[in-house]
Design a protein around this ligand. Structure first.
Ligand SMILES: [Zn+2]
Length: 504
């Protein structure tokens, strides 16, 4: 058997200074939908996520709470890993930046950059946002504050640090952007980072004095310093692959997904670091937007933070996955609006899809259809399914997830419309052969829908497949194309997919 082609995707690693929020849920659900789709296409997928655990912010939080930084991180890492079950995620790797193999990889990475002449010592005086764990220039600030963390004071840091020769990589980075028009998606983000690079890059500090901030990866050969948290954290994208010992090139270069606030780190700093260490750049950087709540920026002080755990508790995992993937175009900012959430749920999930499944199931069951024929009177159905597959795959390949979802729901609409027009419950009495064929065709459309929605709402996909007598596991090599069904069994138990939400 031939080796499967490999596909690697990774999220950013969230800092463990607060509970998982809806913005990260968006990122990891998008990554999961892409990972699941690639598996459908026959790829062997490595999907990485984890937690970023070093730095001043964590160190201070642990001190505040009266526990060691490691204890503090253990608790939060468990909370983030719990997302796997709650959001129905299929990541294969969960890396913590306190993991031993990661720390070892950071040492190697540092040495390679150092040997390449890209690390030097210099006195450092800078304005710093602990919230971002980033230096800020005057132009980054609004009224003297970080716009992302307006409740934090900007701090002044002055010490002797190690620096990374970022400026040396300006031309190489511009070349990378020029040669890879899809290196950063959406395109306007590539333009943004290109323009930023053209304005000139400043070397950045990559260490901290251990006596002031001991919670970091030790700098090799210098006990007085630990690595700057970003320098260490970014290395996770390859340390998770076993770099440098293991054959990481089986998976690397990979696709990275990140928020707009991560554009510079992922598509700029990290790429220069990779060049310095002699590692190939990432293959693509996907940048998603921010989420607001009811049109307003979420903040603890406003009390409007949307908690993914609460939504899943109340409405289920698929409902949240559907809303985020359907409502927020990739790369755009989005809004979490409860009224719209319930409207989408009721119209798209409960009514359109849920009713279609119920009606097909009931009719197939009542008329005891066990002998499936798909080719009679199938032209219209087959044409619509083929056309949907084409559009769906094209958009999924381009990471236009919300467009892909849109196409599938047009197929759901089509099946509902055919049900209304053909009236198989009446037709079967007048022309039994045709009535049965229509039902078989509708069932076959539903099978295709169950495959297309499996990256989006996997639980509903599994429920549909169980009901209509198919295995939950989709074997796309065998279940490929119209009427090509292997192992179609008798109907399973009827299950309600999406109970309607009653609105007061
Ligand atoms: Zn900040």
């Amino acid at each position: 058997m031939s080796q499967k082609e490999k596909f690697y995707i990774t999220t950013t690693l969230p800092y463990v200074n607060s509970d998982p929020h809806i913005g990260f849920a968006l990122e990891i659900i998008q990554a999961d939908a892409i990972a699941r789709f690639k598996r459908l296409q026959g790829f062997d997928v490595l999907f990485n996520t984890g937690t970023d655990e070093h730095g001043l912010k964590i160190y201070r939080k642990a001190e505040e709470t009266g526990v060691t930084p490691k204890e503090y991180c253990d608790e939060y890492a468990a909370k983030f890993d719990a997302l796997k079950g709650i959001l129905n995620l299929t990541y294969t790797n969960f890396i913590r930046t306190t993991d031993e193999h990661h720390i070892k990889a950071c040492h190697e990475f540092w040495k390679m950059c150092f040997d390449n002449g890209d690390i030097y010592k210099k006195n450092y005086k800078v304005k710093y946002c602990v919230g971002c764990e980033l230096e800020k220039t005057e132009s980054d600030l609004e009224e003297g504050k970080c716009p992302i963390h307006p409740n934090l004071d900007i701090e002044l840091i002055e010490e002797e640090n190690y620096f990374f020769k970022f400026s040396k990589y300006q031309d190489a980075l511009l070349e990378l952007y020029k040669n890879n028009p899809n290196f950063v998606r959406p395109t306007h983000r590539l333009t943004e980072i290109r323009k930023f690079t053209e304005r000139g890059l400043k070397d950045f500090s990559i260490s901290r004095l251990r006596e002031k901030m001991p919670w970091g990866v030790p700098v090799p050969g210098d006990e007085d310093h630990v690595m700057y948290v970003w320098f260490d954290a970014l290395v996770n994208y390859i340390s998770t692959l076993g770099w440098p010992e293991k054959k990481y090139t089986d998976w690397w270069p990979g696709v990275q997904i990140a928020g707009t606030d991560n554009l510079r780190q992922q598509s700029n700093m990290w790429q220069a670091m990779l060049m310095s260490a002699g590692v190939e750049p990432s293959s693509e950087i996907l940048i998603h937007g921010f989420i607001t709540a009811e049109g307003k920026k979420m903040s603890k002080s406003l009390g409007n933070v949307v908690d993914p755990f609460t939504i899943v508790d109340e409405f289920g995992t698929d409902a949240l996955r559907y809303y985020l993937l359907r409502e927020i175009p990739f790369g755009n900012d989005g809004d979490f609006n409860k009224k719209l959430f319930i409207e989408r749920y009721n119209s798209d999930l409960a009514n359109n899809l849920g009713n279609l499944v119920n009606r097909i199931y009931s009719l197939v069951s009542r008329n005891e259809i066990t002998d499936f024929t798909f080719d009679k009177y199938a032209d219209l159905y087959k044409e619509k399914v083929d056309e949907t597959w084409k559009k769906y795959v094209a958009d999924m390949n381009e990471y236009n997830l919300h467009e892909a979802v849109f196409h599938v729901w047009r197929l759901v609409d089509f099946a509902n419309k055919m049900m209304e027009e053909e009236k198989p419950w009446a037709l079967i009495k007048k022309n039994e052969e045709k009535g049965r064929a229509v039902l078989c065709n509708l069932l076959e459309v539903l099978r295709h829908i169950s495959i297309m929605i499996s990256p989006i709402i996997p639980e509903a996909s599994a429920k549909i497949r169980r009901q209509i007598g198919l295995s939950v596991e989709i074997d796309t090599e065998k279940e490929n194309g119209w009427g090509v069904v292997v192992g179609w069994q008798s109907l399973g138990e009827q299950e309600i997919l999406f109970p309607r939400i009653e609105v007061e």
